[in-house]
Design a protein around this ligand. Structure first.
Ligand code: TPP
Ligand code: SF4
Length: 278
């Protein structure tokens, strides 16, 4: 078999992102990570919502579903349960994932559904021309917030940790090597893997220099099984840590579902529920 290369995953649709958009790095990193792991395009499904970042499935030559705003996680969950053999990736923006779709994030995490969720977090609504998003810094001045946004930003890494996600990481589009390595680890994780990717919007909120200045890798001795340490480091704003905050083995939803289905015919409801909890 020919060795897979990133170019095997490139679709015939040319990305229409603005030159310099952080999302290019996420696309090429996912392609490279899939190639490095030898996962062929026909074994991958990518689901998205709506936004600049959510155009992603058109640009990658795998199965894809460009859904509706905020719903990549329900779509990806359905795909995974329908065909657990697929490698399933949900993608979208911070507005898509933490505003309109914010209700899905805790449940995908607590179910430990076996998929990778890549959020291209540019702290702005790119597609609709730069309104503040749930991760915009307080005081962000835009046309829609001329006196500066009033709300404090959400912290997606801290949220994922609190929701019980079994793999939680932060990466930066400006550091492609580390981004690819983190996506590779996320794809291999046998549970819900969340990566908050700082992916600047060069048109409405160019944060490249800012992130270059404040980001730093997690300390070498960071233990991804230590939830308290992960939560403490997730709260640091400067330095803003990059890397894998948490990685532990979880129960896996599709795996539990498969066990339940196996046991189903000869079991009572009580016994079925007990099997599911195991
Ligand atoms: C139900 C619904 N509400 C609102 C919109 C308008 N809308 C389209 S994209 C978007 C936000 C995009 O921001 P984000 O998810 O952060 O992605 P980005 O464009 O920054 O990549 C909004 C509010 C929509 N398409 N559908
Ligand atoms: S508007 Fe921003 S997020 Fe959208 S493609 Fe351009 S740079 Fe990327």
């Amino acid at each position: 078999m020919t060795k897979l290369k990133a170019s095997h995953y490139r679709s015939s649709v040319k990305p229409i992102w603005c030159p310099g958009c952080g999302d290019f790095a996420v696309l090429s990193s996912l392609m490279r990570a899939l190639a490095n792991l030898g996962i062929p395009p026909e074994q991958v499904a990518v689901a998205s919502g709506i936004g600049c970042s959510s155009r992603f499935p058109a640009f990658i030559r795998t199965y894809g579903f460009h859904g509706i705003h905020g719903r990549p996680l329900p779509l990806a969950t359905g795909i995974k349960l329908g065909n657990p053999a697929l490698t399933v990736v949900a993608v979208g923006g911070d507005g898509d994932g933490f505003s309109i779709g914010g209700g899905h994030f805790p449940h995908a995490a607590r179910r430990d559904i076996e998929l990778t969720y890549l959020v291209m977090d540019n702290s702005i609504y790119g597609m609709t021309k730069g309104q503040p998003s749930p991760t915009s810094p307080q005081g962000t001045k835009r046309k829609a917030s001329p006196y500066g946004s009033l709300e404090a930003p959400l912290n997606p890494v801290l949220m994922a940790l609190a929701y019980g996600a079994t793999f939680v990481a932060r990466a930066f589009s400006g550091q492609v090597k580390q981004l690819t390595a983190i996506i590779e680890a996320a794809l291999q994780h046998p549970g819900f893997a969340f990566v908050d990717i700082l992916s600047p919007c060069v048109t409405f909120f160019d944060t490249y220099d800012h992130y270059r200045r404040i980001t730093q890798p997690l300390p070498d001795d960071h233990d991804p099984a230590d939830l308290a340490a992960a939560m403490t480091r997730a709260q640091s704003v400067e330095p803003l840590y990059l890397g894998i905050f948490r990685q532990v083995e979880g129960p896996g939803y599709a795996r539990r579902m498969a066990k339940l289905q196996e046991a189903a015919p000869e079991m009572t409801l009580d016994a079925l529920m007990a099997a599911f909890r195991r």
